[in-house]
Design a protein around this ligand. Sequence first.
Ligand code: HSE
Length: 381
Amino acid sequence: MKIALLGHGNVGRGVSGIIDSGNTGFTKQLEITKILVRDASEATDERMVFNIDEALDDDIEVVVECLGGIEFPFSCISKALNMKKHVVTSNKKVMATYYDQLIALADKNDVNIIFEASVGGGIPVMSNIRHTKRVDEISAFSGIFNGTTNFILDKMYKEQKPFREVLTQAQKLGYAESDPGDDIDGHDVKYKCCLTGNMVWDTSLSLTDITVFGIRTVNQKDIDFGKRHQSTLKLIGRGSKNDRQVQIFVIPEFINDNDTLAHVGSNLNCIVFTSTNLGIASYIGQGAGTFPTAHAVVQDLVSLLNGEDLKISTDEKFAINNKEYISRFYVRTENLVYFEDYIYKKIDPDTIITEPMDLYKLKELIEKTADKNLFVAGVSL
Ligand code: HSE
């Protein structure tokens, strides 16, 4: 199967590394014949080309997109689908942003677009969803979807390392996005939860309706609060469905140390599904990094090679409503006055645990404080 690879950064290099070595399983039947890079300064072999039209030769059957970004990848993917080439992408941002359009375009051209590597790095999330759905209905998912923030929180917990220092380390290790704001502000998890929800419930959810809180402002005091209460701080994405409504949100949570999620360290991800007969099933593995992510891309190529049924449906329609998620929250801010009527417990002069409230109320109060250093996390005290 002839492949055009778009992008030769962290993930692209891993994909060509695995396929070019061609010595395991199905990889012998895969061949990369074109690699799109930015310009001659990035060219390291004769397959490299510098514009998309040169990459999309007639004999190319599959285009693998590992470019990053949104608009340029969107135009490349659209072009490839319109030329009736299958597309495999690791790019959650473009997939979550243009889900409806891309799935419809693939359908119209009678080809597949698949994106295993875009959620959970090397963990087979999408294929597990397909597998589970053959028998069960999935009612909920939750977990750690971002390797960078898990790496940061783990190092802060175990080694008391400062936030910025660990973020720089995660960037050097190739875990972080080109704009690490996407990691630490929770948007990367938002894209992944959107794609997970879409696949689980055969729908196309509105990205902008997903409530998001990140860890940009976390400090050692917050981590230590968790330790004193036998809990570990994690950035968690959650999705669940009842009738015609879906709840999806991203928020740091103090996870009780009896829970498996509390012990998922380093850059690992852990994604938990709840379904009718299987019950609760958790998948743990490398959530980021060159070769684990490239492994997932190559798995998608093998699925295409094997002619698996990879058609995606968006027929179901659901609105996102996070009103029903009620919790107590840990809030640290110098401007606690707006939370005065909602205090369950005062921890110190600038930290409280709130009375139970929903996420919209929480967001409203946070906005009133206008405190850029505020930190919030779900807590079950
Ligand atoms: N920046 C992402 C993460 C890469 O840290 O999880 C994998 O999607």
